[in-house]
Design a protein around this ligand. Structure first.
Ligand code: AMP
Length: 582
């Protein structure tokens, strides 16, 4: 049973947080016991445990699985309409679309009413932490952008939606109507317009992921003149036809407001958009968006647009379960750790000897189970891959996320989100991870930063159309001054390519150094401005929610590569073979 409390009662919430984080090991044992007792008779668990619910047996017999291993069970429920009890004795009411990292295939994750309650509890705890550390949040309004896609119905009769859409549609009365609009452009336009009209009341701004916030700022850049004209005339643009948007905006935009329009024009007409958020919403104290893991690449851009407002990376959550809360919301973006909430799910961890080699934990490894540790037994400084077991029917399920233990709050570990397990680039025996690539890109950008550039977004793929194959990175650059990108200095760009190669691991450098190279010189293709917005629009048009969108770092879709390639304005290659000794 989860304790209940009023989320506005910070004292009560803090007491619960202290209590549960002081008893992490015990609570985790209880959670596992509850899951096994509840679900022992499901087809899945029965096939391994013969109807027993013994925890020792669970650890001995239940295999570590990837989504692909359990897809067959989920498909039976989702496609063939078979009952939930194949996986869980809770009743599956919806399926959550999980993107993991985009670019990968979508996953369908079971959701139950009980899971909805667990999530609600998690978000009450999050509210406690925020009320405790983020002062002034109640002195005004929060402008939090939420975008949802239309529901899809599976042949088996279940609704398929994102976790955000699920939360909003199941508790419609708690949210402004505008966020129920399922047309991303109309919804975003209307939310921004409401935020502009109420600009003096806004004290915090946010959305889920930093990539989404960047897309929203770009959308504002494309539409501010039209929005300002709407405010001046008191009339909303004709293309906003969704009744929910129209109703919400008309309540706020009820008269002509020329002075407000003038002041918005004044700010937006400035050539550089440095600090635009702070200038448009001058009372903003915090910006909220996840900036850890692959989202760290957006930190420089967010610092630029927000005028260095504190960026709060609130929590580590997924479609599968809620995991951790950032107990120091005002810490440096690069130091964020999440304290796991022990009563959300049962967590286990596969230690990773050398986190640079994420493939060293192979799910088919017979000895893998011997190395797994539970939450109470993780060690500071060690990297782990997270496994989750839930009431909703996931058992020893690999999240694919690699975490580093940074400390403890009472007896509960705190984790830094390091990277996805996925290898993003691979040729021959080289396996470059998202983390390796992100580090290398950050180092290479040091060459361009003094010239006023920052990297708006990037992606990559292994081009094996010629021999030897080579890695290609697509870069979208932006100048702080907002000037058009000038012709790029060939020597400096080639230096970026070499520095990138130099920053990759030894395996890569060895393959580049062979007398007959196995990997050819790395290439940077600079794309024209706005390209990554077109890429977002492409993925959103194919059903990805903008709220969940994470730029794929390993582009696989030919259409997506085509979108990027058709906008290339400069190609640069590394001219030096990387030095293996450094
Ligand atoms: P989704 O199920 O589509 O919401 O995606 C969940 C995935 O997003 C997780 O498995 C992580 O890879 C990523 N994610 C969620 N929260 C964070 C976070 N705080 N920092 C970094 N990555 C995150």
């Amino acid at each position: 049973m989860l304790p209940t409390f009023d989320p506005r009662d910070t004292e009560a919430g803090s007491r619960i947080l202290e209590d549960i984080t002081s008893n992490a090991g015990h609570i985790q044992e209880q959670v596992l016991e509850e899951i096994l007792t509840k679900n022992a008779s499901t087809d899945y668990l029965k096939s391994f445990l013969n109807g027993h619910s013994d925890k020792g047996l669970f650890k001995n017999k239940i295999p570590v699985v990837d989504y692909e291993d359990i897809k067959i069970y989920i498909d039976r429920i989702a496609l063939d309409g078979e009952p939930s009890r194949i996986l869980t004795n809770e009743s599956i009411t919806e399926l959550m679309i999980s993107s993991g990292t985009s670019g990968g295939k979508q996953k369908w994750i079971p959701k139950t009413a009980e899971e909805g309650e667990r999530r609600a509890f998690f978000f009450c705890l999050l509210a406690t932490v925020q009320n405790r550390y983020l002062h002034g949040l109640n002195d005004g309004k929060a402008l939090f952008f939420v975008l949802i896609n239309p529901d899809i119905h599976t042949p088996g009769g279940l609704v398929l939606r994102t976790t955000t859409a699920s939360e909003i549609k199941n508790r419609k009365d708690r949210y402004p109507e505008v966020i129920l609009c399922e047309d991303t452009n109309q919804s975003l336009y209307s939310q921004l317009l409401c935020g502009l009209v109420q600009r003096d009341a806004i004290v915090s701004i946010g959305t889920f992921f930093a990539s989404g916030l960047q897309r929203i700022i770009k959308f504002f850049e494309e539409h501010w003149q039209e929005m300002s004209s709407n405010i001046r005339t008191g009339q909303m643009s004709d293309w906003i036809t969704d009744p929910k948007c129209k109703r919400t905006v008309s309540l706020i935009l009820s008269k002509q407001m020329p002075d407000l329009a003038d002041s918005i024009d004044l700010v937006c007409q400035e050539k550089s958009w440095e600090g635009i958020i702070k200038k448009i919403w001058p009372r903003t104290k915090y910006v909220q968006a996840i900036i850890t893991g692959s989202m760290a690449q957006y930190i420089p851009a967010l610092e630029f647009y927000t005028g260095r407002l504190p960026v709060v990376s609130p929590a580590y959550v997924s479609s599968e379960a809620c995991f951790g809360i950032n107990f120091k919301p005002l810490c440096n973006p690069y130091d964020v750790s999440y304290t796991f909430i022990p009563n959300m799910a049962y967590y286990e961890f596969i230690p990773i000897g050398n986190h640079q080699d994420p493939n060293c934990t192979n799910s088919k490894d017979a000895h893998l189970k011997d190395h797994i540790v539970d939450l109470a037994n993780v060690k500071i400084g060690q990297h782990y891959e997270l496994l989750v077991t839930t009431c909703t029917g996931l058992y020893r399920y690999r999240m694919g996320d690699i975490l580093l233990v940074t400390g403890f709050h009472n007896t509960t570990p705190q984790f830094k989100f390091v990277q996805r397990r996925n290898v993003v680039l691979s040729i021959d025996t080289d396996k470059t991870t998202e983390h390796d690539l992100q580090n290398a890109v950050t180092i290479a950008m040091h060459i361009l930063e003094p010239l006023g550039f920052f990297l708006l977004d990037y992606s990559s793929y292994a081009d094996t159309s010629s021999i030897p194959g080579h890695y290609v990175l697509f870069w979208e650059l932006q100048l702080r001054s907002n000037d058009d990108i000038p012709e790029l200095d060939q020597v400096k760009m080639e230096k970026c390519c070499s520095l990138l190669e130099q920053s990759l691991d030894l395996e890569y450098k060895m393959l580049r150094n062979q007398s007959i190279s196995t990997i050819g010189p790395l290439e940077i293709r600079v794309v024209k401005q706005g390209t990554f917005n077109v890429l977002v629009d492409f993925y959103v048009s194919r059903g990805t929610s903008l709220n969940q969108y994470k730029t794929p770092k390993n582009i696989k879709s030919e259409k997506a590569i085509e979108i990027l390639d058709s906008r290339v304005v400069g190609k640069f290659y590394s001219r030096e073979v990387p030095n293996q000794d450094s």
